[in-house]
Design a protein around this ligand. Structure first.
Ligand SMILES: C[S@@+](CC[C@H](N)C(=O)[O-])C[C@H]1O[C@@H](n2cnc3c(N)ncnc32)[C@H](O)[C@@H]1O
Length: 246
């Protein structure tokens, strides 16, 4: 069954334009048959898990949700499992990260709170397989007062920062130093984050985000691309696993 057919059959709580995005994304990582493990935070009635089950014929589908939306926990279909965990709880996220080990795709369709989205991303992204995908849905809520507090960084902020930092990776340090007319003897004092500051204008107070530069640097080191679609943002891992501290 194609993803579109599975979407029409099971009617998950997702917009149809998200399904178009998922079709492109799954195509990018080798197609539906190549997906072996998908983890989704946010199960609700289990309809998206059933959709993934039918569209990804070789995948283990692991749903994650908090206990009070229990109807989905009755799901007992072959290749579908549901675990109870709260993405705002670090210990429980760490349990989820064990399940996410080597996942081809991790989807966050859980609380939609900006902080939870970032915490889940930082806990789970490093466990996505090289070349795999991390997708965060409903990011149009990122600046809605019910899902974030003012000045708190959001997933869209983090994604933009990583996209920005990827540009720095495109140019090597000596090239940048030459371009900026930095003397050879001063080159060793330049950390990538300083370079980023200068190039991206952060040194001049234009960097608004409060996300730590170390986090941005570490995540970017294992990221191949950041993709913005209507309603969601997707990160594709590079060929190397994330460093442990990410
Ligand atoms: C939009 S629904 C998920 C819809 C489902 N993915 C689909 O497409 O049909 C959001 C789900 O996230 C769950 N949720 C809310 N806060 C959560 C949290 N802190 N941790 C894990 N799940 C959470 C809710 O219980 C709810 O079932």
């Amino acid at each position: 069954m194609t993803l579109k057919e599975a979407y029409a059959t099971h009617k998950p709580l997702k917009f149809s334009f998200m399904i178009d995005a998922y079709e492109s994304l799954i195509g990018m990582i080798g197609g539906a048959e190549s997906v072996r493990k998908l983890v989704e935070i946010g199960v609700w009635k289990g309809n998206s898990l059933r959709m993934w089950h039918d569209a990804l014929p070789n995948a283990r589908i692991i749903g994650v949700d908090i206990p009070w939306t229990v109807s989905a926990f009755k799901l007992r279909e072959d290749r579908i499992e549901v675990m109870i965990a709260d993405q705002s709880n670090p210990e429980q996220l760490s349990e989820v990260s064990k399940e996410a080990m080597g996942a081809d795709i991790v989807v966050d369709d859980g609380s939609h709170k900006a902080k939870d989205q970032i915490d889940a991303f930082l806990a789970l992204y490093r466990h996505v397989r090289p070349g795999g995908l991390y997708v965060c849905e409903d990011v149009f809520l990122n600046y809605n007062e019910h899902f974030t507090t003012q000045n708190e960084p959001t997933m869209l902020d983090l994604a933009s920062e990583i996209g920005c930092y990827l540009q720095i990776k495109a140019v090597n340090m000596p090239d940048i130093a030459r371009y900026m007319q930095i003397k050879d003897e001063d080159l060793q004092d330049l950390k990538p984050s300083n370079i980023f500051s200068v190039i991206a204008g952060c040194a001049y107070g234009r960097r608004k985000s409060t996300i730590s530069m170390d986090v941005v640097e570490q995540v970017t080191s294992s990221t191949k691309s950041v993709m913005f679609f209507q309603g969601l943002v997707a990160f594709q891992k590079g060929d190397l696993p994330c460093s442990e501290s990410t």
